[in-house]
Write a protein that binds this ligand. Structure first.
Ligand code: SF4
Length: 341
């Protein structure tokens, strides 16, 4: 992993319009650096703000999303840090795909059902200003399809419905890499795929990253995927990054009770189940976030202060931080608190 920052997010807060004069805060004061060639997982339950944060990295928020505060800066190929929030529409259009690309969740909905795969590669290249010939684009498409372990001769002439879900997902990944982006954002890249296909996609992504050297940010509720693919893991809850650390720190010495809960809730593929525990309650609605630490109604370690104050981000190790008053004392085998709040 390089130590050069590719994407820098500072104090980012995003609201969604929820009515005429009503807004709800869905991303709160996020700070995150993504380094060249690294892989960052954004994990958490549905509705924690991870997809919104990922889409904001490419300014792809839906119309109802408004960036309230903060900055998003990206190091372009010339080495300059560019303020993404200041780009005009045309520059932003060029930036997408050539500098950073997104692979959306649900491969079946992201490909044009009426076009052959070859046409979709050609149209993507043309739409983003590539003046390569059709033969050159064809050659690049075939190379990428081989890298994602698909047979170009068969796939390029096919319509999306002629391919399986796993094949379509791999086509989308290849399409995302067509213009050699420095950053690829993947939203739930293995959701809705069977376990063997998930395995194949993980292998493909890992190999692609080693060969093509792009940075990757992927959104997932699947901790196993994060453990396999990520260099660092950002755990999100209530729109905030509540823990950020290297993959080993996150899984062996987690310091935020929510991360601890997520790890304990993973069902092992073999062995006994008694160690598996679910997190009580449900994620809060963004319109009604609890005061104090937003996790306190569900936290087995909550104390009085947790109801009253939002915890600061504490440094708990090199490149490891957690937003919990008691982060220094948290561990996978810590007993729950005896004080009810
Ligand atoms: Fe739990 Fe309190 Fe830590 Fe929040 S600050 S995670 S409620 S112990």
């Amino acid at each position: 992993m390089s130590d050069q920052v590719l994407l820098q997010i500072r104090n980012l807060s995003i609201d969604y319009r929820a009515g005429k004069k009503k807004f709800v805060s869905v991303v709160r004061d996020v700070n995150l650096d993504v380094y060249r060639d690294e892989s960052v997982a954004l994990v958490g339950e549905s509705g924690c703000g991870k997809t919104t944060l990922a889409l904001a990295m490419l300014r792809l928020l839906p119309k109802l999303g408004i960036i309230r505060t903060g900055s998003i800066r990206f190091r372009n190929r010339s080495g300059e840090m560019v303020d993404l929030l200041a780009l005009d529409d045309e520059t932003l259009r060029r930036f997408r795909w050539t500098e950073a690309a997104v692979v959306y969740q649900g491969a079946q909905n992201s490909l044009n059902p009426l076009s052959r795969i070859r046409t979709q590669f050609l149209e993507t290249a043309r739409a983003h200003g590539r003046d390569s010939t059709a033969e050159q684009i064809d050659r690049r498409a075939a190379e990428l399809l081989r890298l994602v372990r698909l047979e170009p001769a068969r796939v390029l002439t096919a319509y999306p419905h002629e391919l399986s879900g796993g094949m379509r997902q791999r086509v989308l990944i290849a399409l995302g890499l067509l213009l050699d982006p420095q950053l690829v954002i993947l939203d739930e890249p293995t959701t809705a795929l069977d376990i063997l296909t998930q395995r194949a996609i993980v292998d493909v992504l890992r190999n692609l990253q080693q060969q093509l050297h792009f940075a990757m940010v992927f959104v997932s509720h699947d901790l196993a995927l994060a453990a396999e693919l990520a260099d660092r893991v950002a755990t999100m809850y209530g729109g905030r990054i509540v823990e950020l650390g290297g993959v080993r720190d996150t899984f062996y010495t987690p310091k935020h009770p929510y991360t601890i809960g997520l790890i304990k809730a993973v069902v092992p593929v073999s062995g006994d189940l008694p160690g598996v525990m679910s997190i009580s309650g449900s994620p809060p609605s963004f319109g009604q976030l609890p005061g104090g630490c937003t996790f306190h109604p569900r936290c087995p370690y909550a104390q009085e202060i947790c109801e009253a104050e939002d915890p600061p981000e504490l440094t708990v190790g090199a490149e490891h931080s957690a937003a919990c008053f008691f982060a220094d004392d948290m561990s996978l085998d810590r007993k729950p608190a005896t004080v009810d709040v």
